[in-house]
Design a protein around this ligand. Structure first.
Ligand code: AP5
Length: 210
């Protein structure tokens, strides 16, 4: 199964990718996580990406296409993968085609902007391992502490209200055209994001079976 999760920032792509990858035994690949890890490690790519991320803008296509090309050539992707956050522009989707990668399904997680803003303001992530939580919808066992590694939970720098608005603007202008792109290829399945994470998972798994 080669799967793409499309959707606005905060639509729940990462949350669903984490669940579905265990269900299907395939890796979930998040360009956002790869870029944040590079930023933390202060690699050349990470430092180049910092300005874009902090402003809520997309990192240039050639950078993320290179990241994905390298990652998809690794052995664990041989039987399939879930792409979370890639492609995000039509040129990125065309680059996947040029790599000869045949995508099976594209799930578009639809969540209204007002709900996105609420979700992002309540998201907390582990400063150490990057695990993601929500103050209301996905609480850690101990407040402010990561269940996985015991480190402190923080708000992502790009989850500040003004940056979220910019990210939504960028999503509508640059990523939303991918809905028509994949619909035209007959690959698109729309899943209405639900208030409970498990309900969205149930709909997503159903869309994978259809
Ligand atoms: P990235 O990390 O990919 O951010 P994003 O797409 O903006 O997605 P998020 O991680 O913010 O949200 P999500 O949809 O995964 O939602 P989540 O599951 O966490 O990218 C960051 C930046 O990197 C970009 O802005 C860009 O600069 C750069 N970048 C990355 N990829 C790129 C690319 N291909 N090209 C160019 N630049 C790129 O859920 C959000 C919150 O809601 C969580 O707290 C969660 O617990 C909660 N939640 C989830 N589902 C539900 C539910 N059903 N009900 C209630 N709460 C829920």
């Amino acid at each position: 199964m080669k799967l793409i999760l499309l959707g606005a920032p905060g639509a729940g792509k990462g949350t669903q990718a984490e669940i579905i990858c265990k269900h299907c035994s395939i890796p979930a690949i998040s360009t956002g996580n790869i870029i944040r890890a590079a930023l933390k490690a202060q690699t050349e790519m990470g430092l180049r990406a910092r300005d874009y991320i902090e402003k809520g803008l997309l990192v240039p296509d050639e950078v993320v296409i290179g990241i994905i090309q390298d990652r998809l050539s690794e052995d664990d992707c041989a039987d399939g993968f879930i792409l979370d956050g890639f492609p995000r522009t039509v040129p990125q989707a065309e680059a996947l085609d040029k790599m000869g990668i045949e995508i099976d399904r594209v799930i578009d997680l639809e969540v209204p902007d007002e709900k996105i803003i609420e979700r992002m303001s309540g998201r907390r992530v582990c400063a150490h391992c990057g695990a993601s939580y929500h103050l209301l919808y996905k609480q850690p066992k101990t407040e402010g502490v990561c269940d996985n590694c015991g480190e402190q939970l923080v708000q992502r720098a790009d989850d500040k209200a003004e940056t979220v608005l910019e990210r939504l603007k960028v999503y509508h202008a640059q990523t939303e055209p991918l809905i028509a792109f994949y619909r035209a290829k007959g690959k698109l399945h729309v899943v209405e994001g639900q208030d409970e994470i498990a309900d969205t998972t149930a709909l997503t798994l159903k869309a994978l079976e259809d």
